[in-house]
Write a protein that binds this ligand. Structure first.
Ligand code: C2O
Length: 344
C-alpha cells in the first residue's frame, strides 16, 4: 500500500544525533500545528509559468529580487511555517525519523531518502518553498535558480550568488576552501582528483547508462508498513550526495550544513542544488532509448506528503501530481547538456 502523509501528531525529535560531538543538544524540527484541517492539492490553472534559471547566468535584477525574498523569509517569526527556519526544518523532520507512518506502530519511520519517493518529495518541497518566496515579493513568476553542476559552462562551481558574505543567500557553515572557482567534485569521496571529464562521466552513468529503468533511476519501493531506506537511485546516490558532502563544512562535527540531513536545508544553496537534482528527473524522461518511464504503480502514485503553502495552509499532496512540472507551473531554462548524447 502507498505511504500516507506523515502522522503529524507523532512528530518527534529526530534521530539524526550527531555521532561526533554534539552540536545541537537536541534537534527538534517539527512544524507548527495547523489551526485548520489540511486541504487536498489541486494543480494550478491559468497561473503564469515560472522559469527556473541556471544560477550562473542570473541577472542582477533577478538576484536582487531573490535576495529580498529570502531576506523576508528569514525575518518571519520562527514559528511561522513559511519562515526560513521552518522551511529548513522540513528537511530535518522528513529525513531523520521525525515523522512516523500514519496508522502504524511508531517504530515505522517516514523517511524520504534512499527510495522511490526521493524525487517526488524533494520536488514538492521546492515547489512550496518557491511559491512562498514568490509570495513574499508579490511575484507569482518567481522561480528558484538551479545550481547547474553538470554544465562546464560556468556551472561546475559553487554559484557566486551564494558566496557573498553579506547576502541572505550566504551560509557560513560551508567548506571554507570552496570559492566560486573551485571545480565541483561529482565523484566526491572516490579519492580521485576532480575533473570536468570525470564529472561528465558521473552524469552519464547516473542519468543515462546506469538508469535505464525507473527502479534504477528513482530507487526501490517504499511501502506503508515497511522500513524506509531500502535503496536509492543513481542520481541520489551519485552526484546528489557528492555535492552535499563536497559543500558541507569539515570544521563542523558532521559537515553541517549541507553534509547532514538535519541541517542541509539551512544552506540556501541546498534549494538550488535540489533544483538541479529535480531537473535531472525531467531530463531523464526525455531520453528516448530504454524504458525511462515513471512507475505506474499505485503505491508510488498515491504516496502523500504534507506541506504548508504560501498562505500557511496545510496541503496534502500526492506523487501523482508531481510527474509533470509544466502542469505544476514551472520549467527549467534550457542550457547545453554536454554529457547527454554519448559517453564523454
Ligand atoms: Cu533530502 Cu539532498 O537531500
Amino acid at each position: 500500500a502507498p505511504i500516507l502523509e506523515p502522522d503529524l501528531e507523532h512528530c518527534c525529535i529526530t534521530d539524526d544525533v550527531p555521532p561526533k560531538g554534539v552540536i545541537e543538544a537536541q534537534v527538534y524540527c517539527c512544524p507548527p500545528k495547523s489551526s485548520s484541517p489540511p486541504i487536498d492539492f489541486k494543480l494550478p490553472k491559468g497561473t503564469p509559468l515560472r522559469v527556473r534559471p541556471p544560477a550562473q547566468f542570473v541577472t542582477d535584477e533577478y538576484l536582487e529580487k531573490y535576495k529580498l525574498a529570502l531576506k523576508r523569509m528569514r525575518e518571519l517569526p520562527s514559528d511561522d511555517p513559511r519562515s526560513f527556519k521552518q522551511q529548513a526544518d522540513i528537511h530535518c523532520a522528513y529525513c531523520d525519523g521525525g515523522y512516523k507512518q500514519l496508522g502504524f506502530p511508531v517504530e515505522l519511520d517516514f523517511k524520504v531518502h534512499f527510495s522511490w519517493i526521493f524525487f517526488p518529495f524533494h520536488r514538492w518541497y521546492l515547489y512550496f518553498y518557491e511559491r512562498i518566496l514568490g509570495s513574499l515579493i508579490d511575484d507569482p513568476t518567481f522561480a528558484l535558480p538551479y545550481w547547474n553542476w553538470d554544465n562546464p559552462d560556468g556551472g561546475m562551481v559553487l554559484p557566486s550568488i551564494f558566496a557573498d558574505e553579506d547576502s541572505p543567500l550566504y551560509d557560513p557553515r560551508r567548506n571554507p576552501d570552496i570559492t566560486p572557482t573551485t571545480l565541483v567534485d561529482l565523484n566526491y569521496g572516490s579519492g580521485k582528483e576532480p575533473s570536468v571529464e570525470q564529472n561528465l562521466g558521473v552524469m552519464y552513468t547516473s542519468v543515462v547508462s546506469g538508469a535505464k529503468r525507473a527502479s534504477l533511476f528513482h530507487g526501490k519501493p517504499f511501502l506503508a508498513g515497511k522500513q524506509p531506506e531500502l535503496g536509492g537511485g543513481t542520481v541520489e546516490l551519485g552526484p546528489h550526495t557528492a555535492v552535499h558532502r563536497w559543500t558541507g563544512d569539515p570544521r563542523q562535527p558532521n559537515k553541517e550544513d549541507m553534509g547532514r540531513f538535519y541541517s542541509a536545508g539551512r544552506d540556501p544553496a541546498f534549494y538550488s542544488h535540489h533544483a538541479n537534482v529535480d531537473r535531472m528527473w525531467n531530463i531523464w524522461k526525455t531520453i528516448p532509448s530504454g524504458k525511462r518511464r515513471d512507475f505506474k504503480n499505485r503505491d508510488w502514485l498515491e504516496t502523500s506528503f504534507f506541506f504548508y503553502d504560501e498562505n500557511k495552509t496545510l496541503v496534502r499532496v500526492k506523487v501523482k501530481d508531481s510527474l509533470d512540472t509544466n502542469k505544476m507551473g514551472y520549467v527549467y531554462q534550457d542550457v547545453a547538456i554536454p554529457w547527454l548524447e554519448k559517453k564523454p
